[in-house]
Design a protein around this ligand. Structure first.
Ligand code: ADP
Length: 460
């Protein structure tokens, strides 16, 4: 059985479906394939949405603790099974919503199954009723990324973010003690949520820095603000994980000495790696260290084959995948010519700890490494009316301007509303606004966004 279609997407997540809808609405015949049989990829299945469904209870609890002097209960027993039920319900609601959206688009089909390349124009999809072959004029590879589990003995005794956040997850009761392996954003966020719920967390980081690769001054401002229930052990090289009844013992090496730490559960959070469809390398698509190699037009070596989202490893974030998906769609509509380009450098990124931190574009540290001396605008939340109202005065905003033009090159925020505020800073970066523009804008009082204008005004 072989069918000819205009476009096939491998995956139905953020890198796939925005393009699929745009192209189908433009009159092309489009097939999305995904073994989940549902749209929206890992973001809704085990990523952004379910993790935030769990997080926000932590945000409320931490706020309530800050208001303990007003008579609000400072220590609340959380009902984790009900939080999980809340998370599952949100996932179910959003899956239903996406199914409805799909039903409104006649040229677009979603086929449940895993796709593999046969040749540069032919894709086979393994469905429940056997394999179907598609001859495709254009292909968007958007197979995303999976949790990376390193080959450490006993790694199978660890949970992963998948086991915490997928629908009907493995972890349904609140652990008293948790060992988190990995001090990247997923490990630190999870540590932060569970610490807020009362779990005692030990976090083991292989290198000397938590959130390595992120701006050191942003990280240095964030870490002291996190819940004291998190103990961080640096330069800890995990050697093996041992199951002890229902608990876990993690053996790690630090400074030449082997030590152990125990928890009711251990979480493996050392990163994600691209999910490359079978046949990709065999047909000659280039695969680099981060994933499928593409330029800003999202085209692979084959002008009609695109790789959008986590699978190219450029910016593994849902919203980046969505933008990249649309770039691929526009270039398909342009006859596989590069008419639209993704900006891999200016994408808002948030670490959703409690409180959070967020950044976009060039930071002072990165600029210095490139020999650019930026002008830094600074504003601390200790001075901020909303932060004072919320009893959350830790953190602040830093904006980095190009010398001369005073164009905003990037910035970061630590503290209240970080994940929201980065949107406004991001829009300013993406549209080339300057310190003059930000300083002149009457941002709303008494909201945290007014700190952006104040940070800009601090340089004048
Ligand atoms: P992105 O945000 O980059 O789109 P996601 O990880 O959210 O990434 O979504 C990727 C989707 O691709 C997942 O739902 C996954 O099930 C699916 N997928 C992975 N490999 C294949 C494959 N070989 N064929 C079809 N779908 C795949």
């Amino acid at each position: 059985q072989r069918e000819t279609i205009d476009v096939l997407t491998i995956g139905a997540g953020g890198g796939a479906y925005p393009a699929a809808f745009r192209l189908a609405k433009a009159g092309l015949s489009v097939v999305m394939t995904d073994p989940k049989g549902m749209m929206s990829g890992n973001c809704l299945y085990e990523g952004c949405v379910p993790s935030k469904a769990i997080r926000e209870t932590g945000e409320i609890l931490e706020g309530q603790r800050r208001f303990a002097n007003l008579g609000l209960p400072g220590q609340v027993q959380v009902d984790y099974p009900r939080m999980v039920a809340h998370k599952d319900a949100i996932q179910a609601r959003r899956y239903a919503q996406h199914a409805q959206e799909l039903a409104t688009c006649p040229n677009l089909r979603l086929i449940s199954g895993s796709a593999r390349f046969i040749d540069p124009h032919t894709v086979a999809v393994a469905t429940g009723e056997g394999e179907r072959h598609f001859h495709c004029r254009h292909i968007i590879v958007a197979s995303g990324a999976d949790v990376f589990v390193p080959p450490i003995p006993g790694a199978e005794h660890c949970l992963t973010s998948h086991d915490l956040y997928k629908p009907d997850p493995i972890l349904k009761i609140l652990p008293e003690r948790m060992v988190v392996i990995g001090g990247g954003y997923i490990g630190l966020e999870t540590a932060s949520f569970f610490a807020a719920f009362g779990t005692r967390v030990v976090l083991l980081q292989k290198g000397p820095q938590i959130l390595s690769g992120m701006d050191p001054s942003m990280v240095a401002m964030l870490l002291p603000l996190l819940n004291a229930n998190i103990e961080m052990i640096l330069n800890a090289d995990v050697e093996r994980i041992e199951a002890m009844g229902s608990g876990r013992r993690v053996h790690y090496r630090q400074g030449g000495v082997t030590q152990q730490v125990e928890g009711d559960v251990a979480l493996m959070a050392v990163g994600r790696h691209p999910a490359i469809p079978a046949g990709t390398a065999e047909i000659g698509i280039e695969i680099g260290k981060r994933g499928i190699v593409v330029g800003p037009s999202l085209q692979t070596r084959f002008p009609h084959i695109y790789a959008a989202g986590d699978v190219n490893g450029q910016v593994p974030l849902f919203h980046a995948a969505v933008r990249q998906s649309l770039v691929a769609a526009h270039n398909i509509l342009g006859g596989n010519r590069a008419l639209d380009y993704a900006d891999f450098h200016n994408v808002p990124t948030t670490i959703f700890t409690l409180p959070g931190a967020a950044y976009i574009g060039l930071t002072a540290t990165q600029a210095a490494a490139q020999g650019i001396e930026v002008i830094t605008g600074a504003y601390d939340f200790s001075e901020d009316s909303r932060a004072q109202i919320l009893e959350a005065m830790g953190g602040g905003i830093r904006l980095f301007f190009a010398p001369g033009s005073l164009r905003l090159l990037g910035g970061w925020i630590v503290g209240i509303d970080a994940g929201q505020l980065i949107g406004e800073i991001g829009l300013a970066v993406a549209n080339g606004l300057t310190a003059y523009d930000l300083a002149a804008f009457a941002d709303q009082h008494p909201m945290s966004a007014e700190g952006i204008g104040k940070a800009a005004r601090s340089i004048f």
